[in-house]
Design a protein. Sequence first.
Length: 176
Amino acid sequence: APEWAAGGAAAVWTADGTDSSAAGTASLQVAAMTGRDITQVLFHVGPNALTTAYPMLRVNGISTNTYKVRNGNNGGLYTNTAATGYILDENTGSNLNKQYSGEMYIFKGNSNLAFTGNTMKSILGSLNTTVAPPGPHLNTHGMGNENSTAAITQIDMVLSAGNIFGDIQVNSMDYQ
């Protein structure tokens, strides 16, 4: 199996934590993380009722309009230039009552690069639960950035409105 390695040491994923909710909550959160170079978020989330709410991921509790995201799917491209979190799917009415599964990678800021804040890459699939039986809806890929250069020590998964249901797993690793 391939390994990340430099200087003879292999980098490995460290499990930072999980969170889940079957009853619904304002956010799924993993906090008190070490703050490594790369953070991986695996998720299977959604609303519990018919809604046009969409999932967002926040870093270090930052909920100001400082996140920038560009996503694309088989429906086209869309850009959010001032969002309160990394938007993981289109923020339009076409996302009626979907469930979301995917993975997201967040890279901490790097003072050696022209943009020093954190950046993200996401891969998401959604399931339309309003049809019987439920069926695949869209696959969405996104890229984004946020200006913070701080180590990543907290991850929050929220919906744009209402309570979020589901599960998240957060892992991290350092470059070696």
